[in-house]
Design a protein around this ligand. Structure first.
Ligand code: FAD
Length: 352
């Protein structure tokens, strides 16, 4: 592909910024990523579930967003293979106290069948159980490290620092950042760039607290399990992520004992072996747009600025799709059928 101005600056090194950058770099475009080297992003603390069926079943969303999640999941095997992201394709079990109704991609299983898939589940499960065999999971810490390695191996640059916008330009401290195109992939940090792209000011925070058990005793190659009040996502290396809270309006990435205890109590009700395993609480802020769909594409403000943010609770799932869409926009190609659902300018049009 031919780029008339071949430099791209990506601001943000969560799963979205890194996925965009590695895709651009692998298509021959010199890419620089700028992000602070310290602190935990939403991508760091996420469970890493690639689970469009369960997401659509448990979190109400538009049909167009559901289609985008399904499309993104379909890109994951190739994306994971290309960059060594360690996709675990063991499905997702859904334990529910009431009949959930079967959706496409979901089958009912008995408690015995569920325990064959996840032997660590409680013996006395008195719950309805469904199984979505095509759902998958990655281990975020390892997948982020693999993306950083792939980017640098392909010649991309990672620069530590916090970027800002002033006097009509992007800056890192007193260094003016210049590139033919800029991609803002700053998660909820994007609100500080609302002067550069006013639609970013519409984003709302949703804090997520989650528990990381380093040695969970559940193996590292089984299905994810969603139960009443908590989910358990096995991680490579023997750990597990037990999550997660959804706390709209909260901007501080802090944990509280009561929330973490509630998550652990809910998880140990169906996974008793997790009790007394050493664990630590983590928190981060998800970025949400007014309609729940991401902002991916050209900003409303000026040419050459692209947004890739507002992923809410599905940034890992959406990453390969977002990366492909940004590549297409930059190359002047068709960004595909989900472009309208995610266009940042949709908010400016409705306001104006
Ligand atoms: C508890 C929890 C569990 C989750 N579980 C899942 C899951 O199982 N599956 C799933 O798909 N999603 C999950 N999510 C959602 C997912 O983590 C997010 O949607 C995704 O990480 C968003 O990625 P991002 O790259 O857009 O933003 P972030 O991960 O927030 O990264 C933003 C990046 O921008 C940088 N940045 C911010 N401001 C600046 C600045 N001024 N200058 C330079 N850099 C800046 C940050 O340092 C960071 O590197 C979960 C989220 C949470 C909180």
């Amino acid at each position: 592909m031919t780029f008339s101005r071949p430099d791209v600056l990506v601001i943000g090194a969560g799963v979205i910024g890194l996925s965009v950058a590695v895709r651009l770099q692998s298509r021959g475009l010199r890419t620089q990523v700028v992000a602070p080297s310290e602190g935990l992003s939403a991508s760091d603390v996420a469970a890493g579930m690639i689970a469009p069926v369960m997401e659509a079943a448990t979190d109400p969303m538009s049909a167009s967003l559901e289609a985008a999640l399904t499309g993104a999941a379909g890109l994951w095997p190739g994306f994971a293979d290309q960059f060594g992201l360690g996709l675990q394709r063991r499905g997702c079990l859904w334990l529910s106290s009431c009949e959930t109704g079967l959706r496409s991609g979901v089958e009912t299983v008995t408690p015995v069948q569920a325990r064959e898939l996840a032997p660590w589940l409680a013996h006395d499960l008195d719950l309805h159980i469904a199984y979505a065999p095509a759902e998958a999971c990655v281990t975020p810490a390892q997948a982020l490290a693999a993306l950083r390695c792939a980017l640098q191996a392909a010649g991309g640059e990672l620069t530590a620092g916090r970027a800002g916008w002033r006097d009509g330009a992007f800056w890192r401290d007193d260094v003016r950042l210049s590139a033919a195109c800029v991609v803002l992939a700053t998660g909820y940090g994007g609100v500080s760039f609302a002067e550069a792209a006013p639609e970013l000011g519409l984003m709302a925070p949703i804090r997520g607290q989650i528990v990381r058990a380093l040695d969970a005793g559940i193996g590292d190659n089984g299905p994810c399990v969603r139960g009443p009040g908590a989910y358990v996502a096995p991680q490579r290396g023997g750990g597990a992520m037990i999550g997660a809270t959804m706390e709209p309006g909260e901007t501080e990435a802090v944990t509280d004992v009561a929330s973490l205890s509630r998550l652990m109590a809910a998880a140990t009700a169906f996974a008793p072996g997790l009790k007394d395993r050493p664990h630590v609480g983590l928190a981060a802020i998800r970025a949400a747009t007014p309609d729940g769909a991401p902002m991916v594409g050209p900003a409303s403000s000026f040419p050459g600025l692209f947004l890739a943010t507002g992923m809410r609770r599905n940034g890992w799932l959406l990453a390969p799709l977002v990366a492909d869409m940004i590549c297409a926009y930059l190359a002047g190609e068709d960004p595909g059928v989900h472009a309208g659902t995610m266009a940042p300018k949709r908010f400016i049009r409705t306001c104006g």
